[in-house]
Design a protein around this ligand. Structure first.
Ligand code: 164
Ligand code: MG
Length: 369
């Protein structure tokens, strides 16, 4: 039985190694909330709020998550006992969305549970891989600067390269990269910057053999993506459109995509992420694990999740050094020959570097039974 004694929220301010430009926002400083969950036996589970400081990716922010954690979720957690992390799902159902706040607590509960079971998180999730292939996101910029980044990442052996595109910055960039590296495993994330009106432009991208185009149309759309997929050779991958397993079911039924990017934060936690993985496996829809410019705590959860059998495409699970001069996990997450070893230690399999946690921390909130 898991009885939570104490929850500590560590509010961090991290400086990105390079500002992360996307078509819908630029992240220079990365706020984060690290959830430290301690049970009555002193076992500690770790989770992370992956929401950004402003609502440019989804409707959640660090502040909305703080509100939900402090005013709704943690008080319940401290007066309830759990036999399994999935026991928290019925409680969460009474609150609409706020998935990243839910996922931060549910993730810490999974880590704590796995530690109590003395098993790696990957194993308790049903993982089958001892190592996962790593993909990387190339920062937006001039073609020469993007080529330079790609060549640096090729030296690290990354297995998949993701660029950001929008209607003002797509064909030239993709063509330039393709001319230099015709066989590079390349994909593009549009972050909803196209409409069905951009059909001919999107069809022009078909000639570049992209692995996929991620979220071309609006974040709450499934129907227009189905219309678009019928007219594109390039597989559509959905990210922001898939918030629940019901969204995934509808997208599969309508043929809105051929690939799904699963992010535990976006879908409300690891249990929902696993359900979406299983549904996609049954329907021959490949999945990969997306990133949220997070610290190694959330990356560690993603590594465990990506060890499940249908994560057949390298995800945005790059090394700690991709975004950070110093990460808060020990050891740092390392990509070697394009792969990451799935930890065999209990839980997330990484320790927390408490010195680094203190260094980046701005405030600490403590909640006790
Ligand atoms: O975490 C990483 O290394 C990549 C993250 C990443 O590409 C994204 C995070 C959040 C919003 C977007 O910009 C993009 C995505 O949509 O996948
Ligand atoms: Mg995306």
């Amino acid at each position: 039985m898991i009885e939570i004694q104490k929850v500590v929220l560590h509010h961090l301010d991290l400086i990105m190694k390079n500002p992360f430009h996307t078509s819908i926002g630029t992240v220079h400083k990365r706020e984060s909330i690290i959830v430290e969950m301690i049970d009555c036996e002193g076992i500690v589970g770790w989770g992370e709020v992956v929401a950004f400081s402003s609502p440019w990716y989804t409707e959640e922010t660090i502040q909305t998550c703080l509100h939900m954690l402090r005013d709704y979720y943690i008080p319940y957690l401290l007066r309830t006992s759990f036999t399994h992390p999935e026991d928290i799902a019925p409680f969460f159902l009474q609150f609409k969305r706020n998935h990243m706040a839910k996922a931060s607590l549910e993730g810490a509960l999974w880590d704590l549970y796995a530690k109590k079971e003395q098993k790696p998180l990957s194993k308790v999730l049903g993982g089958t891989r001892q190592e996962i292939e790593a993909g990387v996101v190339v920062g937006m910029g001039s073609l020469p600067s993007m080529i330079q980044q790609i060549e640096r990442f090729m030296d690290e052996g990354y297995k998949r390269y993701k660029i950001k595109i929008d209607p003002s910055n797509d064909i030239e960039i993709v063509e330039g990269i393709r001319n230099k590296y015709p066989d590079l495993p390349l994909m593009a994330d549009a972050n909803s910057t196209y409409t069905l009106g951009s059909l001919s432009r999107l069809q022009e991208l078909d000639r570049f053999q992209l692995l996929m185009i991620e979220q071309p149309l609006s974040a709450d759309d499934i129907i227009d993506h189905a219309t678009l997929q019928k007219k594109l050779k390039t597989p559509i991958c959905l990210d922001e459109s898939i918030v629940t397993i019901e969204d995934a079911r509808k997208a599969i039924q309508l043929g809105s995509c051929k690939i799904i990017n699963i992010k535990p934060g976006r879908v409300g936690g690891l249990a929902e992420a696993k359900k979406i993985h299983d549904l996609c496996l049954k329907n021959n829809i490949a999945v990969w694990c997306g990133g949220m410019l997070e610290t190694g705590v959330s990356r560690a959860h993603n590594i465990a999740l990506a060890s499940l059998p249908n994560f057949v495409i390298p995800g945005d699970i790059s090394s700690s050094s991709r975004h950070w001069h110093e990460d808060i996990v020990d050891p740092q997450i390392e990509v070697k020959n394009g792969k990451i070893q799935v930890p065999t230690g209990d839980g997330i399999g990484f320790s927390i570097d408490r010195k680094a946690l203190r260094k980046f921390r701005t405030t600490t909130l403590i909640f006790k039974k």
